[in-house]
Design a protein around this ligand. Structure first.
Ligand code: NAD
Ligand code: LMR
Length: 339
């Protein structure tokens, strides 16, 4: 027992240092749209993240309540709520990571592109404020249509002269989360061990899961692969229909958004080998924006990773998605240039 005691004594300082708040850098995270269906559970999950020291919750309404509620949780970050245009600057000032789930969600029968008219304007005004108040922050774009809102953000930042392609991310993590869940069910493997890259974009056929690269390996039939691909591509619509007019995915999206923001924070803090799929400025195809595996680091994107070997079915899917993704990108760029 005295040996045990000395081992414990030896172990204590190391453990204490490893978990000491002092050794974890201060990081401010801002959520824009924090009172919404995604914003509220996402704010909760960010409050639980020990890498966050300051959590700023902004929306056009409702944030005092959300912030008061979340702030009572006994975790590291200090929480503040901000409401309305005149408090947006304060919400953004000094922010390291800005997460944007602001905007309207789909109802049954709508495509994500049907949200363009409303959400493009929201994203443009929020990104204008980001350029002014925290030009060096990492931006996690959740607002749909992601295929267009990311190019809009890039144009706004270019106009403001602060665009850094390494810091702008379209959040496609929910597609990966779905692909993992559906694959594990079909392949009958432990979902906690599953990895599946999802590339392309974030709408219908532009979502291309690469099940040929899924691990652990399973001998699925081509019919199974096609069904899994379709279910992943239609995952958002499955939720929209089940919610029957009450919006789209919020809880699974909050989870996915929290995973991606955590990866960005780890990258900023110098944790090695942080890799997630994301929709970023890219040269791995002829399209200027494309989702693929990305290595995250101290400056945001450290490396955009290639597609890896594709099956014939995936090669076909890749060619099929390009025209739609291209036109969504052009639509976003055109909007930002005109407005
Ligand atoms: P919601 O309507 O429940 O919440 C949106 C929130 O945004 C509201 O609280 C609203 O007040 C706020 N808002 C509106 N204009 C704003 C502005 N100018 N500034 C700040 N806040 C503003 O919607 P939701 O279900 O949370 O979805 C939000 C967006 O996320 C939608 O566009 C949806 O399509 C998208 N989404 C994306 C993914 C993805 O995988 N990337 C997944 C799910 C949903
Ligand atoms: C999703 O994939 O769940 C989101 O993009 C929301 C939607 O409209 O489907």
């Amino acid at each position: 027992s005295s040996l045990l005691r000395s081992v414990k004594t030896l172990a204590r300082p190391t453990t204490a240092r490893a978990y000491s708040v002092d050794s974890v850098p201060s990081r401010k995270v801002t959520v824009l749209g924090a009172a919404g269906g995604i914003g509220q559970p996402l704010s909760l999950l960010m409050k639980l993240n020990p890498l966050v020291s300051q959590l700023a919750l902004y929306d056009i309404g409702g944030t005092p309540g959300v912030a008061a509620d979340v702030s009572h949780i006994n975790s590291r970050s200090e929480v503040a709520g901000y409401m309305g245009d005149d408090q947006l600057g304060q919400a953004l000032e000094g922010s390291d990571v800005v997460i944007i789930p602001a905007g309207v969600p789909r109802k049954p029968g709508m495509t994500r592109d049907d949200l363009f008219n409303i959400n493009a304007g929201i994203v443009k005004s929020l990104c204008t404020a980001i350029a002014k108040y925290c030009p060096h922050a990492i931006v996690n774009m959740i607002s749909n249509p992601v295929n267009s809102t990311v190019p809009i953000a890039a144009e706004v930042f270019k106009k403001a002269g602060i665009y850094d392609e390494k810091k702008l991310f379209g959040v496609t993590t929910l597609d990966v989360v779905r692909a993992k869940t559906f694959y594990a069910g079909k392949a009958n493997v432990n979902v906690a061990e599953v990895n599946v890259p999802v590339v392309g974009g974030h709408a219908g056929v532009t979502i291309l899961p690469l099940f040929s690269q899924a691990t652990p390996k399973a001998n699925l039939s081509q019919d199974d692969i096609q069904a899994l691909t379709k279910r992943t591509q239609d995952g958002g619509t499955e939720v929209v229909e089940a919610k029957a007019g009450k919006g789209s995915a919020t809880l699974s999206m909050a989870y996915a958004g929290a995973i991606f923001a955590d990866a960005c924070l780890k990258g900023l803090n110098g944790v090695p080998d942080v890799v997630e799929c994301s929709y970023v400025q890219s040269t791995i195809t002829e399209l200027p924006f494309f989702a693929s595996k990305v290595r995250l680091g101290k400056n945001g994107v450290e490396e955009v990773l290639g597609l890896g070997p594709l099956s014939d079915y995936e090669k076909e899917g890749l060619e099929k998605l390009k025209p739609e993704l291209k036109s969504s990108i052009e639509k976003g760029i055109e909007f930002a240039k005109k407005n």
